[in-house]
Design a protein around this ligand. Structure first.
Ligand code: ADP
Ligand code: MG
Length: 328
């Protein structure tokens, strides 16, 4: 079982490797990352990713994970039984490391669509590109709970490949098996849920069903399946579900600007989607500010601190991120 000191030492060794990787990436890729993203990346908390047998994977930082997802050989690809849009579970291998990933290749952009639940949407998007966009935007906001995802080809199909969160269970499973949150983690779970709702309104996610919410055993939230997000509507899809927000996310939202969005979401969306995203951002902030005016700041904004004492876990180091990530 790795101790905190082991993890810290390993993460230091990784950071020098990371510096080399980052330097190589800049040389190869040309333009540097936008300043706020680069700063956010430096703030990345150590994340212990795990392979199929539960063993820690030899990368912790986003850039390393992205390189793995892009370069790894696909050893196998099987349909995900619960899936409805043809998502597949991949087994990837690169440099001796093996990891599962999810491949989404569906792409559908339409107008004037009636959903099964009766909703009518002027703009509809269901695309693998949105998964990568959700990941990239989460990092711009200093959120670390969307697993890394890249665009790549698997066989003849272009799609998104996203790292698999091992050992997590969906909200569906939590409900079906009546898994109870320990009292000391109730607040932690609730605060993460509040953030999720802000994020979903921002990205115009119309599909946050219980199968798209993953909980680790430490009750860290992982957000997945954002394919039905980022359609260019300017209204918030579920403003009534916004009640509270972390101070960090509130500030990061206020700082979000068109230039960094255009850079981060380049090749994924055009200016209409980015414009609509910024209008929704303004509306989320407006909504929060009016709640603050009515209820007072402390009733709306909170500090997102992971619980100091970890609960009894099957695997203590499974907690992925302990402290809130801070934007510069
Ligand atoms: N990154 C991931 N890590 C762990 N499990 C995942 C991940 N992505 C998807 N899954 C699992 O696969 C299921 C189906 O994937 P999802 O992307 O939600 O497809 P669909 O569009 O068909 O709903 C999810 O409900 C979840 O159980
Ligand atoms: Mg889903």
């Amino acid at each position: 079982m790795p101790t905190a000191a082991h993890l810290a030492a390993r993460s230091l060794r990784r950071s020098s490797r990371q510096a080399l990787l980052a330097a190589a990436a800049v040389l190869l890729a040309g333009p540097a990352l936008p300043e706020n993203l680069a700063a956010a990346s430096r703030e990345q908390p150590p994340i212990v990713w795990r392979g199929p047998d539960g063993q820690p994977l030899p990368f912790a930082r986003d850039l390393e994970v992205e390189a793995f997802l892009r370069d790894a050989e696909v050893l196998s690809s099987v349909p995900i039984p619960e899936g409805t849009t043809g998502a597949r579970k991949l087994l990837l291998e690169h440099d001796g490391a093996r990891a599962h990933a999810v491949f989404r290749s569906h792409h559908d952009a339409d107008r004037g669509v009636h959903l099964e639940d009766g909703r009518r949407l002027a703009f509809f998007l269901d695309s693998y590109k949105s998964e990568v966009a959700a990941y990239r935007l989460s990092r711009l906001l200093g959120m670390w709970n969307v697993p890394p995802a890249v665009v790549r080809r698997v066989g003849k199909r272009l799609g998104s490949v996203q790292l698999w969160v091992e050992g997590a269970r969906t909200q569906t499973t939590v409900q079906e098996k009546r898994i109870v949150v320990p009292d000391e983690l109730l607040a932690w779970r609730t605060k993460q849920t509040w953030e999720m709702r802000i994020f979903d309104n921002l990205i115009n996610n119309i599909d946050r069903n219980a199968g798209n919410i993953l909980w680790s055993q430490a009750w860290d939230l992982w957000l997945i399946d954002h394919t039905r997000s980022f359609a260019r509507a300017t209204e918030l899809p579920s403003a009534d579900r916004i009640h509270r927000c972390s101070r960090r996310l509130f500030e990061a939202l206020a700082r979000l600007d068109e230039e960094s969005l255009a850079t981060e979401l380049e090749n994924l969306f055009g200016r209409f989607e980015i414009h609509a995203l910024l209008v929704r951002r303004d509306r989320v902030l407006e909504h929060l500010r009016s709640l603050i005016a009515d209820l007072g700041e402390d009733a709306v904004l909170f500090d997102l601190e992971a619980p100091a004492t970890a609960p009894e876990l099957d695997e203590p180091s499974e907690r992925a991120w302990r402290r809130p990530a801070r934007m510069p």
